[in-house]
Design a protein around this ligand. Structure first.
Ligand code: ADP
Ligand code: MG
Length: 698
């Protein structure tokens, strides 16, 4: 097949136009919202006699001499006189046109940093133009730009856009109540001002964005974000989902207890108060005809799996199917083992679906799912492939939701064959979302939080140890092994090279095997065949294997309560939440557990600042919420949002760390605006988010 011919664009873009598109400044509103980096003051002229050493000044002066200096380094020396004093302008690169513009007798405006000295005032490479004409009355904006897009072109483009684009008020007076911190500003006046501020403004208030014009912009942006999420929520509330009652069905024989009650009775433990509370929140959602859209957050080891199993039980009991999707095969396999263990005795058939299955096995599994015989389906991304057809999917559970993209979430939602309905969605995460993020980016999500660990856990003690003391660590491993305990040893993440990761893990494995004679030391890495991985995990789970060396494949979900020591090699290369997740693999039994963070400074004398901050946070606290808060501090919000950040859904002006008051206002104002002024709300969202609005809603 030959590809269709590529059509040339209707009208070729000029260089600067292309550069504008590259900067994402295609629409007038985008240009209007492209704010200056800083400003230059060309509104005033300073007399040379009044100039201060080292300040940036604009002078108006007549050229009295212009010559190329003799000697080694050629430069153009231009002497100017403004009647109060003289100054030498120095140009190291110059060309004929420059010399012509700087001819003796011309009067120019020159702007630059002025220096005093033995020879009198000098300016290096000042910007200049011929004098005459009025001075500007506003500060001159300097915009962020790219090569091929001159400031002058950009200034004109912005100016034109500001004139053309519709900046009419979208926020009615009753929404902009007396609590708004910027009562006398609107979008038009704020933008006009920020592009061309009057010289009297305190520049510091523009730099730290505390000026009311900035506050207004940030408030508008946050309001748009809140509105768009609220719209998404209301759209979802118009959809229908299967009603999944957890109550006893009176048409059933009296002796038949609901499945989730049977499961509770069969568990070897009782739920914590937090598990009970979140289970009830979920059960309430499932019993409504509106699709659930809930995030279940709980620290590693807080017991999210059983909460998921209870939700699945309610769904299956009501005669519908449930799917549980996990980001890695190991994690999915753990869920499978555990849930089959719990649910099979109660008569639930569970199907297992991953990418690596043989054709025949796969065909059989797909048939089980399509016929509805499998009430529960557990697997990896394989679940959302087109070929997988459910008979009646009513509940989709996603573990470690931040590992999945929006598209994958949408694909799962579309798996309910009946187009009139959507399945309920339960997302789980061990990385708690800091409060301000939950209030902004996740405003359309209902959140359930497990805020306590099951009883009997002893806190993990974390030690940060220089790699030079590795032998002492191995000594400690021996002591733990002697007590019948098991050990995880996690090898570094080397982003550039999977092969290097592997070499490192293999070497450590060989070294530990030699250092620990008579101990079964296993190796686990992502490129092993699935069957081999499973065999290694089985040996470790059963306690036969004393030490498990692995790359980060064990990061999520692995559950071996007898493991009491975790060593993380090159801990300085891991992110904070990843370290916390890894550490959560130990401390699951009653024995005191420890985590050793081995670090190496390489050729440097000491660790970098952020690496040190991360390791310190780990040593300071076991609390996942505190870790998340520090992580937000160290990395900024981008990384938390995972797939949400792509599609440029990030806030451009507001800063969640400092603009909490504005965020509170926007949260309070959004529902009122949507109820009382729906058309304006639409206009506001379109203006601020344009095509990105749909993305934010997924
Ligand atoms: P996570 O939230 O990290 O997914 P898991 O669901 O894997 O945590 O639970 C961690 C361990 O705690 C598992 O061994 C699980 O069986 C156990 N567990 C869960 N809930 C309780 C409870 N209420 N009491 C005792 N142990 C529990
Ligand atoms: Mg888990």
């Amino acid at each position: 097949m030959t590809p269709p011919p590529v059509k040339p664009p209707a009208k070729a873009l000029s260089g600067p136009q292309k550069a504008l598109h590259k900067l994402g400044l295609a629409r007038d509103i985008d240009l209007a919202l492209h704010l200056p980096l800083r400003y230059e003051d060309e509104t005033r002229i300073t007399r040379l006699a009044d100039a201060r050493e080292g300040s940036v000044v604009q002078i108006e002066a007549r050229i009295t001499a212009c010559e190329v200096s003799p000697g080694g380094r050629r430069q153009l020396l231009v002497t100017v006189d403004d009647g109060s004093d003289t100054c030498t302008l120095r140009f190291f690169t110059f060309y004929p046109a420059l010399k012509k513009a700087l001819a003796v007798g011309n009067t120019i405006l020159a702007r630059g940093e002025i220096k005093g000295g033995f020879m009198g005032w000098t300016m290096m490479h000042p910007s200049f133009h011929a004098a005459g004409g009025d001075l500007p009355t506003a500060l001159t904006p300097v915009y962020p730009t790219v090569a091929g897009l001159p400031q002058a072109y950009l200034r004109k483009a912005v100016m034109g856009a500001l004139k053309r684009t519709d900046l009419s008020e979208t926020i009615p007076a009753d929404i902009l109540d007396k609590n708004s911190p910027w009562p006398s500003w609107n979008l038009r006046s704020s933008l006009s001002f920020l592009h061309h501020p009057t010289p009297a403004v305190a520049l510091a208030t523009l730099e730290d964005h505390s000026h009311p014009a900035w506050q207004r912009l940030k408030g508008e942006e946050l309001l748009a974000q809140q509105l768009s999420q609220l719209q998404a929520k209301r759209e979802r509330e118009r959809l229908r989902a299967p009603v999944l009652h957890s109550l006893r069905d009176t048409t059933q024989p009296a002796q038949r207890r609901p499945l989730h009650e049977q499961l509770l009775a069969a568990l070897p433990f009782t739920l914590t108060a937090a598990q009970q509370r979140v289970s009830e929140e979920i059960a309430r959602d499932l019993a409504r005809h509106i699709p659930m859209h809930r995030l279940l957050q709980g620290d590693v080891g807080s017991g999210k799996t059983v909460v998921a199993a209870l939700a699945a039980a309610i769904c299956i009991d009501a005669g519908w199917q449930c799917a549980l999707m996990a980001p890695t095969e190991i994690l999915a396999a753990q869920h499978f083992t555990k849930l089959v263990d719990w649910l099979k005795p109660l008569g639930v058939k569970t199907a297992w679906l991953t990418g690596g299955q043989k054709a025949k096995e796969r065909r059989e599994t797909l048939a089980l799912i399509e016929s509805g015989e499998a009430g529960l389906v557990i697997g990896t991304h394989a679940i959302i492939q087109d070929k997988v057809v459910f008979k009646n999917l009513a509940l989709a559970i996603i573990d470690e939701q931040h590992r999945f993209g929006v598209a994958q979430r949408l694909a799962l939602r579309s798996k309910l064959a009946d187009a009139e309905q959507e399945p309920h969605l339960l997302m789980m995460t061990a990385t708690p979302i800091p409060r301000t993020l939950a209030m902004s980016y996740y405003a359309d999500l209902d959140v359930s939080t497990i805020d306590e660990l099951p009883p009997g856990r002893t806190p993990i003690i974390t030690k940060v140890v220089n790699d030079a003391r590795r032998d002492e660590v191995i000594q400690r491993i021996r002591a733990q092994l002697a007590e019948g305990r098991q050990i995880y040893w996690v090898c570094p993440l080397i982003e550039e090279s999977e092969a290097l990761d592997l070499t490192n893990a293999t070497e450590t494995h060989a070294h530990l095997s030699a250092a620990l004679p008579g101990v079964l030391v296993g190796l686990l890495h992502s490129r092993m065949p699935a069957a081999e991985k499973k065999a290694v995990m089985a040996l470790f789970s059963s306690g036969q294997m004393g030490v498990l060396v692995s790359t980060t494949v064990i990061e999520v979900g692995v559950d071996v309560p007898n493991a009491s020591l975790m060593v993380i090699e090159h801990a300085e290369r891991f992110g904070l939440s990843q370290l916390h997740q890894l550490r959560g693999r130990v401390g699951r039994g009653a024995a005191a557990s420890a985590c050793v963070l081995l670090y190496s400074t390489g050729d440097a004398p000491r660790l970098g600042e952020t690496a040190r901050a991360r390791l310190k946070a780990m040593a300071d606290t076991n609390d996942g919420f505190e870790i998340a808060r520090r992580d937000l501090e160290i990395r900024g919000p981008g990384e938390f949002l995972g797939a949400r950040q792509s599609g440029a859904a990030m806030l451009r002006f507001a800063d969640l760390a400092t603009d909490t008051a504005l965020l509170e206002w926007a949260r309070e104002a959004a529902p009122r605006m949507l109820d009382q002024h729906p058309a304006l709300a639409d206009q506001h969202v379109q203006r601020w988010l344009g095509g990105r609005a749909a993305y934010l809603k997924a």
